[in-house]
Design a protein. Sequence first.
Length: 128
Amino acid sequence: MSKISVAFFGAAVLYALTGMCLGIFMGTTGDHSLSPVHAHINLLGWATLALMGTFYGLAGAQTPTRLAWTNFVVSNLGNLISLPLLALLLKGDTSVAPIMGAGEVLLVLGMLIFGVSILSVARKPALA
């Protein structure tokens, strides 16, 4: 498996564990005010990054390596900015909204980069 695919899966596992720990915390405290954060960690962190890692693993030698690493960095930066700020926003700190918006833009940019990667692989002739 390629290094980029392993990187995506490794990050995805870290997000999954974080989401699980947050879920356990919410369950034991009875405070479910961070449920949207829990959902976003699991969707944007675990599921999305695992799917991206799967794609790059399947693409193999056809993976646009530089674009894939850019996808990895941008997507993770978006998560690392947006997810904690979402928690603060839900707890009432509205001052984080502009910075959170920047993280959200990075998340969209990460998905656009992923789309370009898919098109790049689709346009290459299949390896024998």
